[in-house]
Write a protein that binds this ligand. Structure first.
Ligand code: SAM
Length: 330
């Protein structure tokens, strides 16, 4: 049977599908502030066919992302179709969503009913004014908070919050996020800022590192590390009184490429084997030309074999990825 393993022996079982690269937020560290999609979107049936073949090859987890995935009409039906896929051993793939949460409140329950297992909501501040300055959209904070609460109510537990910290901009929010995690009963995960932005503003100095986040949070309340799965990107910590959990995803200061189990499909149907890939692989073109499922599976297996060993963030001669985050799918 075909299987997805790369030349470094890593087993690939985690798929991210970007279903649009449009976004209703213009977060300052991600986008230039201009509008409009840069790459095409495919009909859901095309993503579904790709997903079905990939699940047949050993993918057990599918995360929908973008751009902002909730901008796509028909996402509930798509989740339902994904939830009907079966792996080789007959189990259902786990289905997750990453969203900015702006449109989440009304759709959280329908998504859960359709088969969504988990949701991650991105928030880079927990006060409304700062939130608006980062997203460049007024009054977003209230909508997102409603989305987070509706997700918990719908049973999409544990709701995870992703926060990217930038030095001199929102690093003073660390403790506020600790309080937020405890009060709202969500898992807040800090992500180190990576050089994947449209405006090319990244410098090593702007990254707020894992060690700094831990030091600041521990001044607020002591933390205990929780064991995590090898392929899990986040290091996990609980507050010592047992209330609340945070995580830190540290691709810059503590890279985890050796345990990477991920591949991505972009909104226009390109296969990417690393966030930092300098080229991608046109799965959709092959489909359009009439390739059979077997041919597509063979293509995927060959592409995955050549997955990059690791990223080279911060090294001399670092070559930027061929797309920025919003056009890859975070
Ligand atoms: N619109 C959705 C959202 O906001 O979650 C999905 C796409 S967004 C690109 C996915 C995640 O990538 C967000 O949590 C965002 O903060 C994060 N992100 C964007 N640019 C990043 C960068 N340069 N480094 C690290 N994370 C980044």
């Amino acid at each position: 049977m075909l299987n997805l393993t790369d030349n470094f022996g890593r087993s690939i079982h985690d798929l991210r599908i970007s279903i649009t690269d449009r976004c209703n937020y213009k977060c300052v560290y991600c986008r230039t502030g201009t509008n409009g999609a840069a790459y095409a979107e495919l009909p859901f049936e095309d993503y579904l066919r790709m997903a079905r073949i990939l699940v047949g090859l050993g993918i057990t987890k599918i995360r929908l992302t973008g751009g902002e995935p909730l901008l796509r009409k028909g996402i509930v039906d798509f989740v339902r179709d994904l939830a009907n896929l079966r792996t080789a051993d007959g189990s259902r793939p786990e289905i997750a969503l990453t969203t900015n949460g702006h449109l989440l409140a009304e759709i959280a329950q329908p998504l859960k009913d359709a088969g969504l297992d988990r949701v991650t909501v991105s928030m880079d501040a927990v006060d409304p004014e700062r939130f608006a300055r980062i997203t460049r959209v007024p009054n977003g904070y209230e909508s997102v908070l409603r989305g987070v609460r509706a997700s918990r109510q719908a049973g999409l537990d544990p709701v995870k919050i992703n926060c990217v910290l930038l030095r001199g901009f929102n690093e003073d929010q660390i403790v506020n996020f600790g309080e937020f995690a405890r009060e709202e009963r969500v898992v807040v995960r800090f992500i180190e800022f990576m050089p994947l932005e449209e405006d090319r503003v990244w410098t090593p100095e702007i990254v707020v590192t894992l060690d700094e986040i831990l030091a600041r949070m521990s001044e607020y309340l002591p933390l205990e590390e929780i064991a995590h799965e090898r392929s899990e990107t986040a290091r996990r910590y609980r507050f010592s009184d047992g209330v609340g959990e945070i995580g830190i995803i540290a691709p810059v200061s503590h890279p985890f490429c050796g345990h990477c189990s991920r591949i991505r499909i972009t909104s226009d149907g390109k296969l990417r084997t690393c966030l930092f890939s300098v080229w991608d692989h046109d799965l959709h073109q092959l489909m359009r030309r009439g390739a059979t499922d077997d041919k597509l599976a063979e293509f995927i297996v060959k592409v995955v074999e050549k997955k990059e060993e690791r990223h080279h963030i911060g090294e001399p001669g670092f070559v930027p990825a061929s797309r920025t985050m919003v056009h890859i799918g975070g």
